[in-house]
Structures are given as structure tokens and as C-alpha cells.
Design a protein around this ligand. Structure first.
Ligand code: NAD
Length: 246
């Protein structure tokens, strides 16, 4: 049987790296894409079956150059995980346009650009797209005008992909993680936010990178062959409880 290949963006650390390790453990080859040259080199070192690719997903020219290089390296592409993301929090009046654009360029434009570039390859394998949004795209809370809006747009983009690409056998789903103690989250989660999450989440804790990776792995697998257009929160029950955040 041909070995399957997955492309994971933002794979140098956090949820992306945990997902890369999970997929490798299940026998997949992994194209690890990230814009952080140093962290990607460290993360991919010694991971048999993984190949690093330096690329900023928010820059169209870089995506246009990188996807063909990935397709040249591997025989086929069976799944893509659009995981690269940035978080910047602030009140509406303090969210300047440059910050708004930085968040949109990676979180939304990046998902569009990478997904579009891999469609021809995914048509050949009847492959899967998994986009990483957030509970902040499902429920509004203060400080997240740019981040939450970008993630809500990713949810809709996922549904558009499912609607249009289903006829080619391509499935598109979205994972909305709850809080995970990664570099991204810890840069924007104040102690107030951390305490509030513990109170508001029925399971009373943050999730782990691997817990999110397991959901992603399922959506990429044959076991999810009749699942598309779905938005799945892996959040300890936060989204469904209605408890607020500061
Ligand atoms: P992280 O900061 O640990 O990892 C993000 C990775 O993406 C980094 O390696 C970074 O270099 C890379 N990246 C950022 N912008 C990029 C770009 N333009 N091009 C290429 N690579 C880029 O963060 P994480 O928490 O693992 O986040 C992964 C995803 O999960 C993000 O989309 C994030 O919004 C989402 N998410 C995280 C949490 C959380 O609490 N950690 C919650 C909900 C959603």
C-alpha cells in the first residue's frame, strides 16, 4: 500500500508539531511547513518520515513556490492541516488596522492560499482538508475582535470547501480547539483569562496539544470517510455551556 502524506502548516511547535508526531506514529509521511526557520529545524530533526518546508502561508508567492516543491518531494498528498495561526488580543478601539491585517493574513488568507494550492493534488487522492479555527470563532468574547473574526471566517471557509469540493471526494472539516498551553496562547492569556477558563470549562482544565491532534488525525483518516463540512470543538465542553469570560 502506498504510504500516505499529510501537509501540516505551523508544524514547528504546539498543536502542529504534536499532530505531526501523531501522524508519523501512524505511518504517514509528513510535510512540516512553518515560517520559523530555527524552530522548524529543531522540531523536524530526527523525525523519520518528516520533511521541513520553510514558508509563510500569508505570502502568496511563497505558497505558490512551496506547494509544488512538496508535491515534487512526495508521490501524493492525502491530507492538509491548515494549522498555522497567530493571536493578538486587544479592545476594539486599540486594535489598529495593522494588527487586524496581521491576524487576517495568517489566520484567514493563509488557509485560503494553501487550500487552493493543494486542491489539484487532493482531487487525485480524494483527500482531506482540516482547518484549525478556535472556540473564539464560535463564541464572541472581549479582546478577540481580530482573532475571533478570523476564526469565524475559517469556519465558513471550511463549509464553502466542503460544499464545492465534495464532488471530487475531498472532505473539509474544521477543528475548534479550546485553550492549550502553547506559545501562542500563553502570550495572550492573562491570569484572569486562565482562571476564567478553568471555571468556565466543564472539564476544568486546559487541553493538551495531543488531545487536539487526535481529533485532527481522526478527521484525516478513513474512519471519517462520511464526515465533511463539520465544525468540531475539542474544548472540554466550553462552547456548549454558555459561561462567560472576562
Ligand atoms: P503556536 O504558536 O505554538 O504554533 C503556531 C505555529 O504556526 C508556529 O510554529 C508559528 O511559527 C507558525 N506560524 C504562524 N504564522 C505563520 C505563517 N504566517 N506561516 C507559517 N507558519 C506560521 O500556536 P498553537 O497554539 O499550536 O496554534 C496552532 C493553531 O491552533 C492556530 O491556528 C491557533 O489559532 C489555534 N488555536 C490555538 C489555541 C490555543 O489555546 N493554543 C486555541 C484555539 C485555537
Amino acid at each position: 500500500m502506498t504510504q500516505k502524506t499529510i501537509l501540516i502548516t505551523g508544524a514547528a511547535r504546539g498543536i502542529g508539531l504534536a499532530t505531526a508526531k501523531l501522524m508519523l506514529s501512524r505511518g504517514w509521511q509528513v510535510a512540516m511547513l512553518d515560517r520559523d526557520v530555527d524552530e522548524l529545524a529543531i522540531a523536524s530533526e530526527g523525525l523519520a518520515g518528516a520533511v521541513p518546508f520553510i514558508c509563510d502561508v500569508s505570502i502568496a508567492e511563497q505558497v505558490e513556490a512551496t506547494i509544488p516543491a512538496i508535491l515534487q518531494k512526495f508521490d501524493q498528498l492525502d491530507a492538509v492541516v491548515n494549522n498555522a495561526g497567530v493571536a493578538e488580543f486587544g479592545p476594539i478601539e486599540e486594535t489598529d488596522f495593522a494588527m487586524w491585517r496581521r491576524v487576517m493574513e495568517t489566520n484567514l488568507d493563509g488557509v485560503f492560499l494553501v487550500s487552493q494550492a493543494v486542491v489539484p493534488a487532493l482531487k487525485k487522492t480524494r483527500g482531506a482538508i482540516v482547518n484549525i479555527a478556535s472556540i473564539s470563532g464560535l463564541r464572541a468574547s472581549t479582546l478577540r475582535v481580530a482573532y475571533g473574526t478570523s476564526k469565524a471566517a475559517v469556519i465558513q471557509l471550511t463549509k464553502q470547501q466542503a460544499a464545492e469540493l465534495g464532488e471530487y471526494g475531498i472532505r473539509a472539516n474544521c477543528v475548534c480547539p479550546g485553550p492549550v498551553r502553547t506559545k501562542l496562547a500563553m502570550a495572550v492569556h492573562s491570569q484572569d483569562i486562565i482562571d476564567a477558563y478553568h471555571d468556565a470549562i466543564p472539564l476544568n482544565r486546559y487541553g493538551s496539544e495531543t488531545e487536539i491532534g487526535e481529533v485532527i488525525a481522526f478527521l484525516c483518516s478513513e474512519q471519517a470517510s462520511y464526515v465533511t463540512g463539520q465544525v468540531i470543538a475539542s474544548d472540554g465542553g466550553f462552547e456548549s455551556t454558555g459561561v462567560g469570560l472576562p
